[in-house]
Design a protein around this ligand. Structure first.
Ligand SMILES: *Cc1c(COP(=O)(O)O)cnc(C)c1O
Length: 379
C-alpha cells in the first residue's frame, strides 16, 4: 500500500457517535447469536478475557480452568491471582477436552462457580465441544466463560443456545479485522454474580461494571470515553463483510481449508496433523507434527518461507518449536490457493532440507488437498 500524505484516509474523520458505537455492538451480538448485552472493549482480546476473570472469580471461590493450549495457562494465572482455588483439567494438544472430564471435575468440586474454556486454540490447532460442555456447566450452575477469539467466523458459535455466560471475541482471526478492539457478551446471571463480587474491578480499564453503569444502564447514549474510532470502524467493516459473504459461507471456507491442509500434510514425508481426529481440529489453524529425524519444525518453517515468503506458516512458540509448526489459514487465508501454496512451500522446504521424496510427495499433497477442498466445499 502507498501512503497518501496529501489525502490521509485514516485522519480527520467525523467523531464516532454513541449510536454508531452501539450499532457495531449490535452487529457483533448478531454474529454471536446472543440476545445478551455485548460490550465492545477498547483493547486486544486479552483485555476482556482478563476483565471477565477478575470480575467473575471472587477470592476464595473455586474455578475450573480447562487447559487445551497457552491461553488456558494464562487464565489459570489470573484466577490464582484473584485468590480463587483453581481446579485444572488439561487436554493433550493432540485432541480436545472430553465433556466427561469436565463433568467429573464438576462432580468432584460442586462448589465451582466459574468454568473457563477456550473454544478453538490457534496456537495448538484444536477445538473443544462447547455445546456439550455448556450443557453440563449449565446443569451444574457455574458460569461459563469462553474464549472464542479463534473460532468466531470460522466455526459455529451459538452463545445463548450453548449457555455461554461470558463470550469473548476479537476481530483479528477469522473476521480478518482489527486486533485493537474486542467484545464480550455478558448474560444476566453473569451480571448478577459480577455485581455481587466486591473484588470485581471498578473505576478501572478492566471493569465490566463500569461499562454497565456508564454505558449500558444509561441506554448507550453517552460513551464513557473517546471511542477507538478506527478500530471500531474496522470491526464494523469486518463483521459487515462476513455478513455479506454469509456466516455459513465463511465457516465452510474455514472448514475446507482445514480439511485440505490436513489431507495434504498427510502426503508429505515427515509431517502429520498434530491434532489426531478431524473433529478436534480447529478450522482456523492447523498444527503439524514434524517427527523427521534431525529436522526441526522451525527449520522446516524457515526453509518453506524462503521458498514462498507470503504463506501463513509459523513455528510453534517455546519448547514446541522443535516438533510443531502451524498454518494460520484464517480470515482471507482460508482460501484454496493459500492452502495449496502453503503445502507447496512445505514440500519445497522439506526438499531443500534433504528430506527424501519431498518433491513427488508435494505433487500428491496438492492433489489430495485440492480434492479435499472440493469435497468439503461440495458437501
Ligand atoms: C489469537 C487468540 C487470542 C488473541 O491473542 P493474540 O496473541 O493477541 O493473537 C486469544 N485467544 C485465543 C484462543 C486465540 O487463538
Amino acid at each position: 500500500m502507498t501512503a497518501n500524505t496529501e489525502h490521509p484516509s485514516l485522519l480527520d474523520l467525523p467523531p464516532l457517535s454513541a449510536e454508531h458505537f452501539a450499532a457495531v455492538e449490535d452487529k457483533v451480538a448478531a454474529l454471536l447469536r446472543t440476545r445478551c448485552d455485548v460490550v465492545a472493549m477498547q483493547g486486544e482480546a486479552l483485555l476482556p478475557l482478563e476483565a471477565c476473570i477478575r470480575s467473575a472469580a471472587p477470592r476464595g471461590s473455586t474455578a475450573l480452568n480447562v487447559i487445551t493450549g497457552p491461553y488456558g495457562e494464562t487464565f489459570g494465572g489470573w484466577l490464582r491471582d484473584c485468590g480463587a482455588e483453581v481446579v485444572t483439567v488439561t487436554a493433550p494438544f493432540t485432541g480436545s477436552v472430553g465433556v466427561e472430564e469436565v463433568a467429573r471435575a464438576l462432580r468432584e468440586h460442586p462448589e465451582t462457580g466459574l468454568v473457563s474454556l477456550v473454544h478453538a486454540e490457534a496456537a495448538t490447532g484444536n477445538t473443544n465441544p462447547v455445546a456439550e460442555i455448556g450443557a453440563v456447566v449449565r446443569e451444574h450452575g457455574a458460569l461459563l466463560m469462553l474464549d472464542a477469539v479463534a473460532s468466531v467466523g470460522a466455526e459455529p458459535l451459538l452463545t445463548d443456545e450453548w449457555g455461554v455466560d461470558l463470550c469473548v471475541v476479537g476481530g483479528q482471526k477469522a473476521l480478518a479485522g482489527p486486533a485493537g478492539v474486542s467484545a464480550v457478551s455478558v448474560s444476566e446471571r453473569a451480571w448478577e454474580r459480577i455485581a455481587a463480587n466486591e473484588q470485581a474491578p471498578r473505576r478501572s480499564y478492566l471493569s465490566l461494571l463500569d461499562w454497565k453503569e456508564r454505558w449500558l444502564d444509561g441506554g448507550r447514549t453517552a460513551l464513557p470515553h473517546a471511542p477507538a474510532q478506527l478500530e471500531m470502524l474496522a470491526l464494523e467493516q469486518a463483521v459487515d463483510r462476513i455478513a455479506a459473504e454469509g456466516l455459513e459461507a465463511s465457516i465452510a471456507r474455514h472448514r475446507s481449508a482445514s480439511a485440505a491442509l490436513r489431507a495434504g500434510a498427510r502426503e508429505l514425508p515427515g509431517l502429520a496433523p498434530y491434532v489426531v481426529r478431524d473433529q478436534d481440529a480447529a478450522p482456523a489453524a492447523t498444527t503439524l507434527r514434524v517427527p523427521a529425524e534431525g529436522v526441526e519444525a522451525r527449520e522446516v518453517v524457515a526453509a518453506a518461507l524462503k521458498a514462498e515468503p507470503r504463506v501463513p506458516l509459523q513455528a510453534a512458540a517455546g519448547p514446541l518449536a522443535a516438533e510443531m509448526l502451524r498454518v494460520n489459514h484464517y480470515g482471507r487465508a482460508a482460501d484454496r490457493a493459500v492452502v495449496l501454496d502453503s503445502l507447496r512451500a512445505l514440500a519445497t522446504g522439506l526438499e531443500s532440507l534433504g528430506v527424501a521424496g519431498a518433491e513427488s510427495a508435494g505433487r500428491q499433497a496438492l492433489a489430495a488437498a485440492g480434492a479435499a477442498w472440493d469435497g468439503t466445499a461440495a458437501a
